[in-house]
Design a protein around this ligand. Structure first.
Ligand SMILES: [Fe+2]
Length: 310
């Protein structure tokens, strides 16, 4: 199944690039949140104005517990200016560093909230960690749609293919939209390397395999990052690269690095990383597709902080 999907994806992109008519070349607009170093995207088909929003951010101040909509409203403004029709609110995975604004954007713009089908495993792990009540069903039904490896769909005239790329989390997926690939937290820019693989269900060996799958797609494909952390030696944030640049220069995953070398590097590096600042707020919201926990009987919503459990 996996090899067939990969072959289909490679062929699909190859054909699109050969066609060269621009019909399957999406317009991509990036939005950067400097608080969490996250890139969100609007991808649209110029012919039909149909669009998807990928990995949106709900602003959250942990000191006051206040949510706000500065980042999401920038997306809404762009959608309105361009006259776009939002069909999908896509998540590459359950993020551990920012809250998703998908429900807010859905209320304002419409569209279906979707993620990879293995989110169910993530919901079980974190539903238990946060001791969520039975209202949290852990069956993926908080999302409007769950994608499996190899699923295809359309955004207007654009062809989209889904690729399961586990490793950073078990549920990570990449969206191949025409020649543009949204890879979530698998790889980062070539000078920053790869994502951590030490979250529950993460696996450095799987991450290596997922990266190689992505890197075997056509070399001209555009790759869009979910984060940039401005590594030493660079003064400007970047969000876009290509397969060929990653194969040549990714410091963790360029051609020639073996699976064992990668796993050893990744495992050592992960031991030195701190937990992301917003991991506890993020996962208990994102496991619910970005919906906040239900109100308690005083009308207030609460986030939980498990002590000595993570
Ligand atoms: Fe992530």
């Amino acid at each position: 199944m996996t090899d067939i999907v990969l072959q289909n994806a490679a062929e699909q992109i190859e054909n699109l690039l050969k066609a060269g008519e621009g019909k399957n070349i999406p317009k991509v607009k990036e939005f950067f949140d400097p608080e969490t170093y996250t890139y969100s995207y609007i991808v649209h088909d110029d012919a039909t104005k149909c669009a998807a929003i990928i990995d949106s951010v709900l602003d959250y101040d942990p000191a006051s517990g206040r949510t706000s909509f500065y980042s999401a409203d920038k997306i809404i403004n762009y959608v309105q200016q361009q006259g776009l029709e939002i069909k999908w609110l896509l998540e590459t995975h359950a993020h551990a560093d920012h809250l998703s604004a998908a429900p807010y954007l859905q209320e304002k713009l419409g569209g279906k909230i979707a993620i990879g089908e293995h989110i169910v495993a993530v919901q079980h792990v974190f539903g238990n960690l946060f001791n969520a009540g039975t209202e949290f069903r852990r069956d993926g039904s908080d999302f409007d749609h769950l994608f499996a490896d190899g699923d295809t769909f359309k955004i207007g005239n654009l062809d989209v293919m889904v690729m399961h790329v586990p490793g950073h989390t078990p549920a990570c997926i990449a969206y191949i939209i025409g020649d543009a690939i949204f890879i979530g937290d698998t790889m980062f820019m070539p000078d920053y390397g790869s994502a951590r693989a030490d979250f529950p269900g993460g696996d450095a060996r799987q991450l290596y395999k997922s990266m190689r799958r992505i890197l075997s797609l056509p070399p001209e494909s555009r790759l869009f990052m979910c984060h940039d952390y401005l590594p030493e030696g660079r003064s400007e944030y970047k969000w876009q690269t290509t397969i060929s640049e990653q194969r040549k220069g990714n410091i963790h995953a360029h051609d020639g690095i073996s699976e064992d070398e990668f796993v050893e590097m990744r495992t050592e590096r992960d031991k030195m990383l701190n937990m992301p600042r917003l991991i506890l707020p993020s996962i208990q919201v994102n496991m619910r597709a970005g919906h906040l926990p239900p109100k308690e009987d005083n009308g207030v919503r609460y986030l939980k902080i498990p002590l000595d459990a993570v």
